[in-house]
Design a protein around this ligand. Structure first.
Ligand code: UT7
Length: 335
């Protein structure tokens, strides 16, 4: 039996900055509304044709591999979390294997939206804990900008999401008091449609049907979100799953050195921070700069916090996510 630890981190975001004022030119919205409701000031959008979900993931992964001090050929397994794959199939895991020229190791794709990275870390951790693999590459990457409705009809969603990628290398750790102590995963499919993209859905309509209809009013291929309902569920589940993880390890809220919440909405992070009585130094947020990057948000925030020296050896680091599914989860790490 082993533990796994995060031995390398990296992220990549496209250069193209899109401000709230830029979006105000496309739809009926304002910098004031977006900042007040979400905390977001700007986000990144890829330049079409320049980057893909996979290529951004590869750039983040290259940094994580270098920082882990390993060679790409030391990677035993690849896990890629995204809701915006390059192709409907195959998933981007195999494209990373190809583009990084890694030998023919296994590649797995995770479809858990905002909780995707937490789920992927949990899977990687189990492979390492069992002794099956020594180094697992975990990537979260998203291109939202290509699939959002940038008219007033889509403003409730399109102002929130941004593009980007983050990656981590998980490596075998022999000291069981170090590294990932536990992971906690949940789902509640009853609310599947509250934050979803229903086409091209297997149970609904295929994209070919939509093309055949050619209905200009058809918005079924855009994401939908019951924002207030999602918000209310998020604050409850974030708090529950963090407490579940702490309790499992006989830890308390006061033991948290750094909480990295999925960057869904600054108001959600602040709610959790206040509820737990944590100070600003103990919660890392960057939604102001990148918006919600779904599966990429935790690895981008974790990498930034680490790069800024805010995470030190021995710290208790907690990752927590909630999103579409609904799915949610936490990761408790002794750094
Ligand atoms: O990452 C996965 C998990 N996701 C989340 O956790 C997101 C949770 N939800 C939220 O963050 C918030 O619910 C939103 C930021 C999505 C929305 O904020 P809200 O305070 O819940 O606003 P609302 O949806 O209740 O809309 C209030 C008003 C509406 O107008 P009326 O009906 O009051 O006239 C909306 O049409 O704001 C309007 N509105 C906008 N106005 C300007 C919605 N989007 C916009 C916009 N600009 N972009």
């Amino acid at each position: 039996m082993y533990n796994s630890r995060i031995s390398g981190l990296g992220f990549f975001v496209p250069d193209n900055v899109v401000t709230n004022d830029d979006l105000s030119k496309l739809m009926d919205t304002s910098d004031e509304w977006i900042q007040e409701r979400t905390g977001i000031k700007e986000r990144r959008h890829v330049i079409r044709g320049k980057d893909t979900t996979t290529s951004m993931g590869v750039k983040a992964a290259k940094k994580a591999i270098v920082r882990a001090g390993i060679d790409k050929d030391d990677i035993d397994f690849i896990i890629f979390a995204t809701l915006s794959p390059d192709y409907y199939f195959p998933g981007p895991g195999v494209l990373v294997q190809r583009d990084l020229k890694i030998k023919t190791v296994g590649a797995l794709d995770v479809r858990n939206q905002c909780s995707g990275f937490v789920y992927a870390i949990s899977v990687a951790d189990q492979y390492i804990k069992s002794g099956m693999y020594k180094n697992v590459l975990v990537i979260g990457s998203e291109i939202h900008s290509g699939g959002l409705d940038f008219t007033t009809r889509g403003r409730g969603i399109s102002v929130i999401f941004g593009d980007g990628a983050g990656a981590a290398v998980l490596t075998r750790e022999e000291d069981l008091k170090k590294g990932i102590l536990s992971t906690h995963l949940h789902s509640e499919g009853q609310h599947a449609e509250e934050l979803s993209l229903l086409a091209p859905g297997m149970g609904g309509r295929w994209v070919t049907d939509i093309i055949a209809d050619n209905d200009p009013n058809d918005d079924s291929y855009y994401p939908i979100m019951n924002g207030q309902f999602v918000f209310k569920n998020a604050v409850v589940r974030f708090s529950e799953v963090i407490m579940e993880g702490l309790k499992k390890n006989n830890l308390e809220v006061k033991d948290i050195d750094m909480l990295i919440p999925h960057q869904a909405n600054l108001r959600i992070s602040q709610f959790i921070q206040n509820q737990f009585g944590l100070t600003d130094e103990h919660v890392y947020n960057n939604i102001m700069s990148y918006g919600n990057t779904t599966a990429a948000s935790i690895p981008i925030a974790l990498t930034e916090a680490w790069e800024q020296g805010k995470i030190k050896e021995g710290d208790l680091v907690v990752l927590a996510a909630f999103g579409s599914g609904f799915t949610w989860g936490s990761v408790i790490i002794r750094w």
